[in-house]
Design a protein around this ligand. Sequence first.
Ligand SMILES: Cc1cc2nc3c(=O)[nH]c(=O)nc-3n(C[C@H](O)[C@H](O)[C@H](O)COP(=O)(O)OP(=O)(O)OC[C@H]3O[C@@H](n4cnc5c(N)ncnc54)[C@H](O)[C@@H]3O)c2cc1C
Length: 386
Amino acid sequence: MYKWIVIGGGIQGSCVALLLLEEEKVETEDLLIIDPHQQPLERWRTITDKIEMSYLRSPLVHHLDADPYSLKKYSSKHNYASGFKGQYQRPRLDMFNQHSMDLLEKIGVMACWLQGEVSGLSWTESGWKVCVADGRCFVSERVVLAMGVNHTPHYPSWAETCRDHASVKHVFEMDNELPETGDVIVIGGGMTAAHLAYALTQKESIDSVTMVKRHPLRIHHFDSDPGWLGPKYLNKYDKLTSYKERREVIQHARNRGSVTRDLYLKLLQQERTGRLDMYTGCIQEWIENADGTMQLVMEDQEKLKGSTIMLATGSSVAMPGKEWLDPVIKHMHLPCAPCGFPIVTKELEWKNGLFVAGALAELEIGPVSRNIAGARKAAERILQYA
Ligand SMILES: Cc1cc2nc3c(=O)[nH]c(=O)nc-3n(C[C@H](O)[C@H](O)[C@H](O)COP(=O)(O)OP(=O)(O)OC[C@H]3O[C@@H](n4cnc5c(N)ncnc54)[C@H](O)[C@@H]3O)c2cc1C
């Protein structure tokens, strides 16, 4: 019997586990973190490595540690050159990752790690029973759902017919790598697509890179206005009793499909030098030619040709873990908003010691919930209960 089980060991789950251990709310033997990967943050590190992102979008104070200047001190102590960049001092990705891994290692998170994929959750007389795909089950007093959304890639409707094609890849799939040759088409207009397109233009062996997006590039420093981190916007948001309205506010507040100015300028530079083509419009159809190359037919009937299509179209909008959460939602009458996401208390409790973090906590935490700042907020709220 565990005191806490955390499902998902990404940024969110690791942050909750870290704070529980750090604040001595639980001993390592009473905490279990279940995640399909070998190590914490593996999905985050794989995706960001693949697109060759070198600096985060968020500022230096957003990381897993309690002290806001922890990363700054870490950078000085370990002599990182150019550890931070720009007006908002965005941290170097490798430094952020090493800082996170060192923290998690020091506090003993690996001693709580179980590699596996949760496929069942039920409420029993002894507590929450969590089962993994290989059949093993564990019981815990409390459970934190922190599965994130990056394991559920979004495929646009035109891509449904070609998603299993060997040369059509989604960046969020773990088992594919960047192409090394040929004509590559990158789909998407946000940070992931922009980093990816830029990285591909840097490869001499690639013949051409085309970035296809539905709208002109939108420039924003952050995912959402920093006012969403504190009372400026949250006071009003917290007063909203309609969860439909909360969802609309979140959708409006998040700068989806936007890029930072420095990345925008880098793309323009590549376009000017002929290394990148940028195309704005909607894709109607995907066609495979007899020679194995592919064509995308655009709404204006223009045809774009490529040998590989890389989708950077984000994650699905559906609630993560829906397949195994649905039965427990029905059985326990867990409250859900019209968008299907959990309605939880201020401490992020759904019911009987079942907590949420990250995307699942969005209706309570607000637009920053999925981000690193949101992970700290979720961990602090859950700890109020612990
Ligand atoms: C390219 C990119 C750049 C970003 N940059 C920033 C940034 O600069 N700043 C910022 O604040 N945010 C950023 N974000 C947003 C956010 O911080 C990341 O998406 C982050 O990875 C979210 O953490 P997470 O824990 O919710 O999800 P993940 O990191 O995906 O971790 C969730 C974990 O749960 C596991 N899981 C899923 N289902 C199960 C299951 N059934 N059983 C067990 N485990 C399961 C997953 O496999 C995964 O390991 C970025 C996102 C992306 C995609």
